[in-house]
Design a protein around this ligand. Structure first.
Ligand code: AMP
Ligand code: GLY
Length: 424
């Protein structure tokens, strides 16, 4: 079986390593992949957004199944184009990926179907947005409607910051056309939980929960990043919270999408906040999270390829999806300076890792001599599992000692908040 995975980061590397556990999988192409993924898949120099070339490649090379991992190609209709060409896919069509592609769509969906979320207003006129801010409760949250590389959310602590945020999005277009419409919403508080799920539009199977660490520095200080580490499971996601989410959020969401003729097939990601009034949706993503996938998939005991195929064929109700009753911790090794300016081109040396550890490469390339060099802000993910979270964290940091490159930086406190919550 020849498979193609679209994307080229740590998340895609984790997906590829997991797919390789299936003996039927004979070859995996990664488009574009990266220098580190090249050890596990055949990397093809086609960008994740170049849909015509992706389809052409898939047809020319008899690809039998495709996994589209990043948001952009999903929102742009990669799955529609591949399926039209007869290639089965894991991932939603564009008309369902809109659940991430448009915040206005997702907020209206939640309002119309009574799914708990922050109260909000939508504006496509800047003057009206500025006027609203004059009396809006502060802090307030301003979100660009469209995709913005995960950066389209500004939490304004003052009215002035809120005005500046609106102007930067709607007038200065810092996120391009994504900011032509904005959502201004209520600021919620509470611990955050990420829940990825497999769904074929009828059945939904949540994966083990996880906790992201978005800020660059220890103690959740510093700038927002694409994620500096994750742990799973998330201690705030208790059985009671999980049951409430299933009843009030997960099932209503997939039913709502199907009722609008937008059945969601693939991985639906729920970004949740556990508020004092119960769990609320902060955001939906139409894809696996990064770096959540890197802690969730190592705990998956069932066969990922079989689950993906069952999802595509709408028979998720027929299969079992099992997660180990263990914990996992992922530490991101980044280039010093990230998410601002950083240097690249340093050699990455990976020593022996324990059986409980693994690594996924996010930003690296091979030089002409086959040396692996840093080539991005987030360079790689070190992941380890254990029977409990405390040990998983220790194992991950221990494994990280065996991976070196100049200018490496990582947070030293991944999982500490979760550990404290467990001790309460
Ligand atoms: P996103 O880029 O959509 O993942 O949002 C970035 C982060 O902004 C989230 O992980 C939350 O921490 C925060 N956030 C988004 N919406 C709200 C909200 N309504 N209230 C409080 N924090 C929020
Ligand atoms: N870790 C957050 C995301 O994938 O959007």
């Amino acid at each position: 079986m020849k498979i193609m995975v679209i994307g080229g980061g740590g998340r895609e590397h984790a997906i590829i390593k997991k797919l390789k556990e299936n003996k039927q999988v004979s070859l995996i192409y990664a488009l574009p992949g990266n220098g580190g993924i090249a050890k596990d898949a055949e990397c093809v120099d086609i960008g994740a957004k170049d849909i015509p070339k992706i389809v052409e490649f898939a047809k020319d090379n008899n690809v039998e199944f495709a996994v589209v991992a990043p948001d952009d190609p999903l929102v742009l209709g990669a799955v529609d184009a591949l399926e039209d060409a007869g290639i089965p896919c894991f991932g939603p069509k564009a008309n369902a990926a809109i659940i991430e592609g448009s915040k206005v769509f997702s907020k209206n969906l939640m309002k119309n179907f009574n799914i708990p979320t922050a109260k909000y207003e939508v504006f496509d006129d800047m003057e009206k947005a500025l006027n609203y801010i004059k009396t809006a409760p502060i802090p307030t949250v301003i979100k660009a409607d469209g995709l913005a590389l995960g950066k389209g959310v500004i939490i304004a602590e003052t009215r002035e910051d809120a005005e500046n945020a609106v102007k930067s999005m709607m007038q200065d277009k810092i996120f391009g056309e994504s900011g032509s419409r904005v959502v201004i919403e209520e600021f919620l508080t509470g611990p955050e939980v990420s829940v990825l799920s497999f769904t074929d539009g009828k059945t939904i199977i949540p994966m083990v929960s996880s906790m992201d660490h978005k800020r660059a520095l220890d103690g959740d200080k510093g700038l927002n990043t694409g994620g500096m580490g994750t742990v799973a499971p998330n201690p705030y996601y208790t059985k009671e919270v999980a049951d409430e989410c299933m009843e009030k959020i997960f099932l209503p969401t997939i039913k709502a999408m199907s009722s609008l003729d937008r059945p969601f097939k693939g991985c639906l990601y729920f970004g949740l906040m556990i508020t004092k009034d119960g769990p609320k949706v902060i955001e939906y993503n139409c894809r696996f999270g990064d770096p959540e996938t890197q802690v969730v998939l190592p705990l998956l005991e069932s066969d990922l390829f079989e689950i993906m195929r069952a999802t595509a064929e709408e028979r998720l109700d027929e299969i079992e999806v099992k997660f180990a009753d263990k914990s996992a911790c992922c530490v991101v090794l980044a280039s010093n300076g990230y998410p601002k300016a950083y240097e690249k081109g340093f050699e990455i040396k990976i020593g022996e890792l324990a059986d409980n550890a693994n690594f996924y490469i996010a930003g690296a390339k091979l030089d002409e001599n086959g040396k692996l060099l840093t080539n991005g802000g987030r360079v790689l993910n070190v992941v380890a599992t254990a029977d409990d979270l405390e040990q998983a964290i220790k194992n991950a940091y221990k494994a990280a000692e065996n991976i070196t490159f100049d200018n490496a930086y990582c947070r030293k406190d991944i999982g500490q908040r979760a550990l404290q919550a467990l001790k309460k």
